[in-house]
Design a binder for this molecule. Structure first.
Ligand code: 13P
Length: 266
């Protein structure tokens, strides 16, 4: 059995975005539960729509899966019509995706709003999966490092280093997300960005925190290419969009994560 040098559990997160109504989501979870086994070193997380979180929380096999919210509001309670708070989600989800580029671009979420959401999630015992990444334009203009620096430093500004240790950062270049073009990022380039992200954490919070923070890759990941990203030194997992709503593709990604950790088949 060949365990990789990665000391963390591999994290495979499925972001279902605005797909699947209650019965479709329940059926997909049922199929995933049949197909995916319990893996000690692999953590599988599902982020369905807000509406579906509650019923899935009853159906879910907690030995195999954890739930994540795709978003929530930073105030705990109050006169904020239409919102759902992290406080309301704390018994249902383990994680929350925060700062996804679709939220930043379509819903004008600012760096400050994302900072407030990260702080609110942590205050309510929910682990943020903080998404960061540059647009194609920023990439071409050589601004990637500056963008990542600004997104990371602002989002984490309200946290203590003990809190930062627990969070997950997902590097998702906007241009690599299927809905924004889906250009495949080269694993070598992703490695450089991940190293840069970890270096930011090192400079701000020290080695112990930098070694502990988990960093994922996201952007058009499917079962055929997941291995290339999961093999990157320091990559702790993947954040999957489109392929996560197909049980064969998503469980194929989990199988790849398993093979990379243990070698051979499963
Ligand atoms: P795709 O895998 O569809 O490119 O989506 C990535 C993503 O945005 C996950 O959060």
């Amino acid at each position: 059995m060949t365990i990789t040098s990665n000391p963390h559990r591999t994290l495979v997160v499925g972001n279902w975005k605005l797909h699947l109504n209650t019965s479709q989501a329940s059926l997909l979870l049922h199929r995933l539960q049949e197909r995916i086994k319990i893996y000690r070193d692999i953590e599988v997380v599902i982020a369905p729509s807000m509406l579906v979180l509650q019923p899935l929380s009853v159906q879910i096999d907690r030995r195999k899966f954890r739930l994540a919210a795709q978003n929530a509001f930073h105030k705990d309670t109050g006169a904020y019509t239409g919102e759902v708070s992290f406080a309301m989600l704390q018994d249902i989800v383990h994680y929350a995706i925060i700062g996804h580029s679709e939220r930043r671009i379509y819903f004008n979420e600012s760096l400050e709003m994302i900072r407030e959401k990260v702080a609110s999630a942590v205050r309510n015992g929910i682990t943020p999966i903080l998404c960061v990444g540059e647009t194609k334009q920023e990439n071409r203009a050589g601004e990637t490092k500056q963008v990542l620096h600004d997104q990371i430093t602002t989002a984490l500004a309200d946290l203590t280093s003990t809190e930062v240790k627990k969070i997950v950062i997902a590097y998702e270049p906007v241009w690599a997300i299927s809905t924004f073009g889906g250009e495949l990022a080269k694993p070598d380039d992703v490695q450089k960005r991940m190293d840069f992200i970890r270096k930011q954490i090192l400079d701000l919070y020290g080695k112990r925190v930098a070694d502990t923070v988990r960093i994922l890759y996201g952007g058009s990941v499917d079962q055929d290419i997941a291995g290339g990203y999961l093999s990157i030194e320091g990559c702790d997992g993947v954040l999957v969009g489109g392929a996560s709503t197909n049980y064969q593709k998503f469980s194929g990604i989990v199988d790849t994560a398993y093979r990379l950790r243990y070698g051979g088949g499963n």
